[in-house]
Write a new protein. Structure first.
Length: 134
């Protein structure tokens, strides 16, 4: 890591749709979902205004599998990660960009739905520290 440099993001928001999963050619699970965060304020006329920001979240490995299994549209979720921007060329040769949150850890918040299976509260530690003795 570059000295004096930090790339860390913390979000609490609602899933816009059920997570989508796929696997890389080497067999690593990749799950993506969009998360909405909301902001409200009073304008100069004293009326409330709202703004919703959408974030693209990407998880890998065991955390991706857990998210795909337990998370559902509307779920309130805490996400920790880092911001990454990537680029590619579309079919017309135009350069495209997207900014994503690479999720390192997530926690499902709020009430459990009747249709939802029980999952650990902090189900998404993507650090791979499963074999630590503590």
């Amino acid at each position: 890591m570059q000295k004096g440099s930090v790339n860390k993001i913390v979000l609490v928001g609602h899933l816009g749709a059920d997570p989508e999963s796929r696997f890389t050619p080497s067999g690593v699970a990749v799950t993506t979902f969009n998360m909405a965060t909301n902001e409200s304020w009073k304008n100069s006329e004293g009326e409330f205004e709202d703004h919703t920001e959408w974030h693209r979240i990407v998880l890998y490995g065991k955390a991706a599998e857990t998210a795909n299994e337990y998370m559902k549209k509307g779920q309130l979720t805490y996400v920790e990660g880092r911001i990454r921007t990537r680029s590619w060329e579309d079919k017309d040769g135009m350069k495209r960009y997207t900014t994503e949150v690479i999720c390192d850890r997530f926690t499902m918040l709020g009430r459990k739905n009747e249709n939802q299976s029980a999952a650990p509260a902090d189900a998404g530690d993507a650090s791979g520290d499963d074999d630590l003795p503590f």
